[in-house]
Design a protein around this ligand. Structure first.
Ligand SMILES: Nc1nc2c(c(=O)[nH]1)N[C@H]1C(S)=C(S)[C@@H](COP(=O)(O)O)O[C@H]1N2
Ligand SMILES: [Mo]
Length: 220
């Protein structure tokens, strides 16, 4: 495996690891200003901006240079260029972001390709149960295959009708709204289907393997 060296924003990462170790609790209840109709999982507070969180390097990949591999336990491995992605029917979804660091951002309008549609083309093998995601900054994360088969899970190229910015993972990122946002890999590079759960960057540092915000699965 020729993994790029992961650039570390060491202090921030050390702090987040410490939070995981201490099973950090949310800061004393902050008021939620607008009614959210039961859309806020326990411990979350609402933000209106969109924070940038990552390992500290924003890979500079043009749409022309970007490519995604779908590999591992699939009948039809694929390597897709940005233009291939655009040739697949586009999906638009509105969904909420829930970050393990206690903020949520509601009503994000995403456009891209449903991972469900992509996987239908790659045809997972019978033994495929989980996906290991890799990104251009060396980041990794793992999740059960069925979360990529939910209709809201997308390979996103546009947010609120504008091309996804580089700092938020452009040209293409993963968005899996039903899990905490660390599963939504920015600058996505490959999806590998595997038969057992593999720890990614944060899962190796004390974060939960699944990360369901509705069950507050923050830390393992
Ligand atoms: N490639 C990559 N994807 C990543 C990360 C990262 O460091 N590298 N950080 C994750 C974490 S911990 C969070 S909270 C979200 C933040 O996404 P945002 O910067 O668009 O808010 O990206 C996730 N995806
Ligand atoms: Mo995060």
């Amino acid at each position: 495996m020729s993994d790029t060296v992961i650039p570390r924003r060491d202090k921030l990462i050390a702090e987040k690891e410490r939070w995981a170790r201490d099973r950090r609790q949310p800061p004393a209840a902050r008021p939620t200003i607008v009614p959210t109709g039961g859309r806020m999982p326990a411990g979350q507070h609402l933000v209106r901006d969109w924070p940038v969180l990552d390992l500290g390097t924003h890979p500079n990949i043009s749409a022309k240079d970007w490519a995604l591999s779908v590999e591992g336990l699939v009948h039809g491995p694929m390597k897709l260029a940005y233009t291939d992605l655009q040739a697949i029917p586009q999906t638009e979804r509105v969904s909420d972001i829930h970050c393990v660091t206690f903020w949520s951002r509601l009503d994000n309008r995403w456009r891209g390709v449903a991972t469900l549609d992509l996987l239908a083309e790659a045809r997972p093998r019978e033994e495929a149960r989980f996906a290991l995601i890799k990104s251009y900054d060396g980041y990794t994360t793992g999740l059960p295959l069925e979360y990529l088969q939910e209709p809201d899970s997308l390979l996103v190229t546009h947010w609120n009708d504008a091309p996804l910015t580089r700092e938020h993972g452009g040209p293409v990122r993963l968005v899996v709204p039903s899990l905490y946002f660390w599963k939504s890999a920015k600058w996505i590079r490959s999806i590998r289907l595997v038969d057992r759960d593999v720890k990614g960057f944060w899962e190796s540092r004390g974060y939960h393997m699944l990360g369901d915000p509705w069950r507050e699965q923050r830390y393992d």
